[in-house]
Design a protein around this ligand. Structure first.
Ligand code: ADP
Length: 542
């Protein structure tokens, strides 16, 4: 049983378009470094390289109690964060819904609502004193605040919208995104808008810091790990923040922050890398996504990488196969409401497909070492006990999926699981989903996800090179035992082997000596803890 050469040709063509060979990864990383340089030298580059005015990272000894407010995700969150020292913290939080009317009405109404939410949070259960050791920055510890001295509660604001920051506690809103359009906000200082609302309500709270979620990830991982050089988000979108030498941030000109030298955290906004797409490996499936998006030609890199888009690229591939002429190549030509709807295929569903296929197996390209007969993955974790080691890379056509008859019983069982995912989550009638279809879907999902992971490695490699911890192609032995990276986002947390694939490419880009020492870990509660740490930093920096 073999497949018609014509079918084979179509699959091979798609497969080839999604392959990124090593030389391409090198080229993209080089371009990244060039864009870093441009963004550090001048304002208004696609890679914004925003100075955050955070000039130090915590080491985990910090203590104190802070409020944090997080606006920009699905919910508004108010948190009380207690830094206990010794890399530990506790967090209490409450979520509040932001209505459509508030999102699109007058800014003062929105900010009044934020202040009311903080008020409600404080009233619902007053802040309790901690047993933490004395805070070296005593004004930041609520338990040490003497009301008679009129100390206001310090609050850090995580605001995940584009902002032009000019100080730790000052930033102009550049534009709204994600369905917000409150009037009379753009062009104004977001900290002042919030502080005015606190003052109108006579709340004894002071917003001392404005922080982006990537910076939050960086600071929070630094707190738990004792240091950190890069924070990365791989969730709905992607972005990164890293610690840069102030002398390299030429665009700060004669800003007082420049005179002190030292280091400053830069929010790269790397999602906007290569908006011209001269270097990114664009396929027709990417073009379709971009054309139909609300921001064509923007956030180019993000559209290849992040959770919001991977499902959509995969959906575009599947639709082209369903519609293939002269003969459909998928689901006997049937589609479904989900598949016919823009963003109808969630990246989380791709995760389920890959999980079903990978369970109990590890591919040689993911094996970093074998110890005692057990494979150790690039993530540094042992593969599941007794995992079967299989040749090759799980994305490509190492399994000749078209010829399902060549599959063994275990392959067929795994394909059957994928078939169930397709029926339940894609909404395709069971009678129209063959095992061969399941195999095709698995292949398409892993093509898209593997490309994303390989591209993600370029941004991390570029930061390692930019900060002189690595050289492109390897050959540097880093000074640090552990190069700590903090990450957050459902994609990197949950997508099977995203991190493993990323690390394998990272090793190609910066060599084994450096990759071995890179410690990528989840930044826990990045936005809450990050905002608290930023508030502390603000008080420290005066
Ligand atoms: P945010 O980035 O908005 O803070 P998340 O980190 O939770 O939120 O990311 C949400 C994105 O991650 C969505 O685009 C969703 O499709 C994707 N996602 C959610 N769960 C998974 C999963 N299990 N595997 C892969 N992607 C997921």
């Amino acid at each position: 049983h073999s497949d018609p050469p014509h079918d084979r040709q179509i699959f091979d063509d798609i497969d080839a378009q999604f392959q990124l060979d090593d030389s391409k990864l090198f080229k993209i990383t080089t371009q990244f470094l060039e864009d870093f340089r441009l963004g550090l030298n001048e304002y208004n580059h696609a890679m914004a390289m925003i100075p955050t005015f955070v000039t130090g990272v915590p080491n985990g000894s910090e203590t104190g109690t802070f409020l944090a407010l997080d606006l920009g995700g699905t919910n508004l969150r108010v948190c009380e964060v207690k830094l206990l020292g010794e890399h530990k913290f506790t967090l209490r939080q409450q979520k509040y819904r932001v209505s459509e009317a508030l999102k699109t009405g007058e800014a003062t109404a929105l900010f009044d609502y934020l202040a009311d939410s903080v008020d409600a949070f404080l009233t619902s259960s007053p802040l309790s004193p901690t047993n933490a050791p004395a805070n070296p920055f005593s004004t930041s510890a609520l338990d040490e605040i003497d009301p008679k001295q009129n100390d206001a509660l310090p609050l850090g604001l995580t605001f995940s919208f584009p902002v032009e920051q000019t100080a730790l506690n000052m930033g102009k809103i550049l534009t709204w995104t994600k369905g917000f359009s409150a009037k009379n906000a753009v062009g104004n200082d977001v900290v002042k808008l919030l502080q005015d609302a606190f003052d109108r309500k006579h709340l004894h709270v002071r917003c001392v810091a404005l922080v982006n979620d990537t910076v939050g990830a960086l600071l929070s991982r630094a707190y738990t790990a004792g240091g950190c050089m890069l924070g990365g988000i791989f969730g709905t979108g992607t972005n990164g923040a890293y610690v840069e030498k102030v002398e390299n941030i030429a665009k700060l000109g004669d800003h007082p922050a420049r005179k002190n030298g030292g280091y400053m955290v830069i929010n790269t906004e790397w999602g906007g890398f290569n908006n011209s797409r001269s270097t990114l490996p664009t396929t027709p499936y990417d073009n379709k996504l971009d054309r139909e998006s609300i921001n064509p030609h923007f956030q180019a890199y993000e559209k290849f990488i992040s959770g919001m888009y991977l499902g959509e690229i995969t959906r575009n591939i599947l639709l082209s196969l369903i519609d293939a002429a002269p003969k459909s190549l998928l689901f006997s030509g049937h589609s479904s409401t989900q598949l016919n709807t823009q963003f109808g295929l969630d990246t989380a569903v791709m995760s389920e497909v890959e999980e079903a296929w990978q369970s109990g197996r590890i591919h040689t390209s993911h094996v970093k070492a074998v110890e005692g007969g057990n494979a150790i993955e690039y993530e540094g974790v042992p593969a599941a006990a007794g995992a079967q080691i299989v040749a090759g890379e799980p994305n490509t056509q190492d399994v000749y999926f078209l010829d399902v008859n060549s599959y063994g019983a275990s392959d067929r069982a795994r394909l059957e699981k994928i078939r169930q995912v397709i029926v339940n989550r894609f909404g395709i009638d069971a009678q129209n989903v063959s095992l061969r279809d399941a195999s095709i879907v698995r292949w398409a999902a892993s093509l898209v996800a593997r490309r994303a992971a390989r591209l993600s490695a370029c941004s991390i490699a570029a930061v390692l090179i930019q900060t002189e911890r690595a050289k492109l192609g390897g050959g540097v032995t880093p000074k640090e035992e552990h190069i700590v990276v903090g990450v957050d986002g459902s994609l990197i947390e949950h997508y099977p082997r995203f991190n493993t694939r990323l690390r394998a490419s990272l090793r190609t880009l910066v060599g084994v000596e450096v990759e071995d020492r890179v410690d990528i870990g989840m930044a826990k509660d990045g936005s809450g803890v990050g905002a608290a740490l930023c508030a502390l930093q603000a008080i420290k920096q005066g």
